[in-house]
Design a protein around this ligand. Structure first.
Ligand code: 5GP
Length: 304
């Protein structure tokens, strides 16, 4: 007769094995969530190996929930559409369900690859575009953040080649002449800013996502040059908060602050031209939303 209750030593081993299995599944889910592994790769690994592997023992529901941009409600709908029961594990699917899930994941990935990976982040002055893009640079190394050229002087802490390429007027003119800029504009009626094209083209050719953090005029010029670009407007939680941020930054004098507030008013009025809007309540959250727009097949555009 098989023993129903394992002896204590086996129970301890079983508990350790269960913890290890949970950790293994968590690692797989994190890899999918951070895009370092595709859900299709996880499923294929599950089907090529043992059902007890981390990939095989992962529930289909958990796998789908880990995919960036898919919430629990959509997961439930997708599983109903695919005819896969709530409790199913990836490794426990039958031949037919494996094919259905595999085809669905492959189609989703193909659609994602076809989507533009060029995202333009614009928004009123002092809304926190710079902070959000810095957060993306530091936390999403796969995203290529375009470094603009500018004729303004560096602020304390700004590094040439990282935050901007700080160039003089003659060099900026040369870049325009040699068609090295995808777009350029005079911002706040003072300095010139432009997006160098060669690094951007190279990153797109490599299949990397590219983020441009530029002003409204620049965003419009990019839309004209590259209609497939996704334009994202970063909003402040409130107008008062925007004023507080601009004044609080203390990097501009009173007349410059006034000029930037005027620009901000005009810029806020343009938000409806954008494909998506992200409210900057919290930098990490706003950054995550922007990155999701780069790869999610359905960006949930809010074109008004
Ligand atoms: P800041 O001087 O505060 O760094 O930037 C001023 C403004 O210039 C910001 O609104 C920023 O988005 C915009 N900007 C930065 N780089 C570019 C660029 O390459 N092209 C355009 N059109 N605007 C830019």
């Amino acid at each position: 007769m098989p023993r129903l209750t394992p002896p204590p030593v086996d129970r301890a081993a079983a508990a350790r094995a269960a913890v290890a299995a949970r950790r293994g599944r968590a690692t797989v889910k994190n890899a999918v969530a951070s895009r370092s592994r595709s859900a299709l790769d996880v499923a294929e690994t599950a089907w090529a190996g043992e059902p007890t592997s981390p990939e095989g023992s992962l529930r289909v529901r958990e796998l789908l929930t880990s995919i960036p941009g898919i919430g629990p409600t959509r997961v439930a709908r997708i599983m109903t559409e695919l005819g896969i029961a709530e409790s199913k594990r990836v490794g426990g699917l039958g031949v037919r369900q494996r094919r259905i899930l595999g085809d669905w994941l492959a189609a989703r990935e193909a659609k994602g690859r076809l989507r533009s990976r060029l995202v333009v982040l614009a928004g009123p002055t002092a809304v926190g575009k710079g902070t959000v893009s810095t957060y993306i640079r530091e936390n999403y190394p796969d995203v290529h953040l375009s470094v603009s050229a500018t004729t303004r002087a560096p602020r304390p802490g700004e590094v040439d080649g990282v935050h901007y390429y700080f160039v003089d007027d003659a060099e900026f003119d040369r870049m325009i002449r040699d068609r090295e800029l995808l777009e350029y504009a005079t911002v706040h009626n003072s300095y010139r800013y432009g997006t160098p094209r060669p690094p951007l083209d190279a990153a797109l050719t490599e299949g990397r996502s590219v983020l441009l953090e530029i002003d409204l005029q620049g965003a419009r010029l990019v839309r004209a040059a590259m209609p497939e670009a996704v334009l994202v407007f970063l909003l402040p939680p409130t107008w008062d908060e925007l004023v507080r941020r601009l004044v609080g930054r203390g990097t501009e004098d009173a007349s410059e602050q006034q000029r930037r507030l005027e620009t901000a008013k005009v810029e806020l009025a343009a938000q409806d031209e954008f494909d998506a809007r992200v409210v900057n309540h919290d930098v990490a959250e706003a950054a995550r939303e922007v990155v999701e727009l780069m790869t999610a097949p359905e960006p949930g555009r809010t074109r008004a």
